[in-house]
Design a protein around this ligand. Structure first.
Ligand code: SF4
Length: 381
């Protein structure tokens, strides 16, 4: 049913005004109590769902998982290993905010079993970091990266955001160059989306002159593609670049529709049963922890995917990857050919220059990556 484990840590030092993730300010958070709740939930889930032992990856996401004590991480990984097994060389990622770590803490996370660090740098320009409401400066982000290296991490990813208010193309290029100078194994490069319900949504309307327009945002995407691929990174997913052999295994599992169990407040799960089953935990911390305290899993409504849902998901998740979709894999999953199922849509999108077919594979072109939402909409039921 699942081969991957996700743990959501819904606390941050300060809530960033653009953020729509499930997280709350951590000043009064009971981190010990939350870690115990996660352990209890894992025990309940192990009774309810079957893991295909051993796990291929574990991912601590948030929120700010680096607020947890390294001893919490060690206990959670030990319990996961006991209950589900941890594969030799399983990828174990911790998302870390540069404003929450120093070399000693990072070394302790490494000793606890974390072997991949995802640093939420977001920008290497202090005015951009101020606009984003981040708790760290660009210099501190660089220091956190170097501290992680010294602490023994040989697999570090950096997250960056472009299309920020007031950001120019030359500034974005400088930020990419600063990221490259650190030599990360992985870079995630997202365009800012103004999410409903956030302070940014009140501040910036869609046509706000303060935000880069569509053309500038596209130029920033292309600039990243040009610079990072020239530096030897594979552009392996719309928003992700990696040195050879350093793709995120956990996230690649999402795009291949591997089953994963999500634990924690607001976490989502996808189990491989039938065409797939999705469910999520409440985003409300009290409701989540209250259910676990009563010895029950706090899942909301379970969505059992129909064949049509699964076909669409297979297409729009698989096409996110630069390797695209293999026609043979499609046939193995669904027992029919891709051509007879989506031939008309694929031909139309190829004629528009958004998709290309090659040696039994279908993939997005660079223009298709830029306009990916328009492509994915064509496969929806
Ligand atoms: S640190 Fe990350 S998860 Fe936390 S509020 Fe900021 S963007 Fe959201």
């Amino acid at each position: 049913m699942f081969t991957r484990l996700y743990l959501h840590i819904p606390f941050c030092r300060r809530k960033c005004p653009y953020c729509a993730f499930v997280s709350q300010e951590s000043a009064s958070a009971d981190l010990d109590g939350y870690a115990e709740t996660l352990l209890a939930e894992m025990g309940l889930a192990a009774q309810a769902f079957r893991a295909e032992r051993p796990l291929a990856s574990v991912y601590f996401g948030g929120g700010t998982p680096s607020l947890l004590d390294p001893s919490h991480i060690a206990r959670i990984l030990e319990r996961a290993s006991d209950l589900f097994g941890l594969g030799q060389g399983a990828e174990i990622t911790l998302e870390a905010n540069p404003g929450t770590v120093d070399q000693k803490r990072l070394a302790a996370f490494r000793s606890a079993g974390v072997n991949r660090l995802s640093l939420g740098v977001q920008s290497f320009a202090d005015p951009m970091l101020a606009a984003l409401g981040r708790i760290h400066s660009a210099a501190e982000a660089g220091e956190a990266f170097r501290a992680a290296r010294t602490a023994g991490f040989d697999n570090i990813g950096i997250d960056l955001i472009h299309a920020l208010p007031g950001q120019t193309l030359p500034l974005w290029r400088t930020e990419l160059e600063q990221a490259l100078a650190l030599g990360p194994e992985h870079l995630s490069v997202y365009g800012l989306t103004v999410e409903e319900g956030t302070p940014f949504a009140a501040r910036y309307t869609d046509d706000s002159p303060l935000l880069p327009d569509e053309d500038l945002a596209a130029a920033m995407f292309e600039e990243a593609d040009d610079l990072l691929t020239a530096a030897g990174y594979e552009h392996y997913e719309i928003a992700n670049y990696a040195l050879p052999g350093r793709r995120s295994d956990h996230n690649s599992g999402y795009w291949r529709r591997d089953g994963y169990l999500g634990l924690g407040c607001g976490a989502h799960s996808f189990l491989r049963r039938g065409y797939g089953v999705r469910f999520g935990n409440p985003a409300d911390l009290e409701a989540y922890a209250g259910a676990i305290a009563q010895g029950r899993l706090p899942h909301g409504e379970t969505q059992s995917l129909t064949r049509q849902d699964a076909l669409a998901e297979f297409m729009f998740l698989g096409l996110r990857m630069a390797d695209g979709i293999e026609e043979e894999t499609f046939r193995q999953e669904f027992g029919v050919g891709l051509e007879e199922t989506f031939g008309r849509e694929v031909s139309k999108l190829a004629a528009l220059g958004l998709l290309e077919t090659d040696g039994g594979r279908i993939r997005l072109t660079r223009r298709g990556m830029l306009l990916s939402n328009q492509v994915f909409a064509r496969f929806l039921p």
